[in-house]
Design a protein around this ligand. Sequence first.
Ligand code: FAD
Length: 392
Amino acid sequence: MGKRFDDASAQVGVAIVGAGPAGLVLGNLLLDRGVDCVVLERRERAAVVGRARAGFLAPGAVETLTRNGLGDGLLERGRTHRTCRFRGEHGEFTLDYSRAGRREAHTVYPQQDLVRDLLSAFVERGGDIRFAAPVREVTRGTVRLHDGGEVRARYVAGCDGHRGVTRAALTARGTRTARWDHGVTWLAVLAAAGPSMPAVGYALHERGFAGHMARTDTVTRYYLQVPRGTDPADWSDDRIWTELATRMRTAEHGPLRTGAVLERAAVDLRCDVLERPGADRLWLAGDAAGLISPSAAKGANLAVVQAATLAPALAAALAHGDSKGLDRYADDCLPRVWRAHEFSHWMSGLLHGPVGHTPEARYGRALQYARLESLRTSRAHQDHFAESYTGI
Ligand SMILES: Cc1cc2nc3c(=O)[nH]c(=O)nc-3n(C[C@H](O)[C@H](O)[C@H](O)COP(=O)(O)OP(=O)(O)OC[C@H]3O[C@@H](n4cnc5c(N)ncnc54)[C@H](O)[C@@H]3O)c2cc1C
């Protein structure tokens, strides 16, 4: 086991800020390589393992987790998803993407379950984690906590999400950011209701997009495109279910299974990428290094894969001063990141037509349907979609 960081004279190998998928994958992989590390997380443990967000794991992330002994839970309890269903004014069609492209499927496993598994594995490996330890500031290997405490580390790994302090520390040193705002907001709903279709459902509607994502037998995630600035509190359970029924065209395709709304949150579809995700002693992974809109469900997958790329690079630098992996980290990650952003961007264009009846809105929606028709009828398009949908 590594040094305890509350020993003021100790310097840990890596101080990891944030116990999300990126921080916990990184922590486990560093311990496997004999690197002493500490994870500093601002929330309480219960909040960390209770936060529902992602659910779709691509084969590359699943392979990374299982190869490193972190996939038992998802292999045991995850569900395989092979199809997605599109609904619009001309009816619906189901695309079996596991028969196109690289013939791959998704594993659906709630992010909070993955985080719980990663946390257990980290503690079993002897890992040191402190909850309710918000980091205030990071400067050259020193991490300062809000409670006045301090951790000294040879490297700091910023895994604290897109509003974190580590990203701010890096950009303050001149790292540039590329960013995009889709101008779209989703009301993200978590409902105590079993799935209403055997697949992911994407509904195009003149009132805006609606999405259905199965999570477990008893919980389903739904999305509704809403105006920017929407207050989730304005959306009662009844209003949510009525709007979902309209946009998912239940009159034509059958009713939705309804239940209590467990969570409702507004998510602005914004993206950004740091042009260099680290320098010197500070290296970032996951949403801290770049935010991707959830329209193609790539964020958690990128977080897992980036953390797995960063771990050996940090371990080599610590073990024998070999910084080649760190020097290469941006080049190893960014092509994959940009490929995911490109697909996510395309997906956002497919799902979000303009709302309303102006000539421009009608033009925009016609383009949306032309894209959908191409996906329905073109084998080449389906192959490309499948490869991008399951790839990271
Ligand atoms: C509604 C929604 C649905 C999504 N669906 C999908 C999906 O299906 N598939 C997919 O791949 N992705 C999805 N995503 C994206 C995915 O959830 C994120 O990309 C993923 O959580 C990123 O992991 P991370 O570890 O980088 O950051 P996070 O999960 O955000 O973890 C960061 C951690 O750092 C902690 N922290 C922050 N600041 C500090 C501080 N100052 N000090 C200490 N700790 C700090 C936070 O408390 C948090 O625990 C979705 C996102 C949303 C919002």
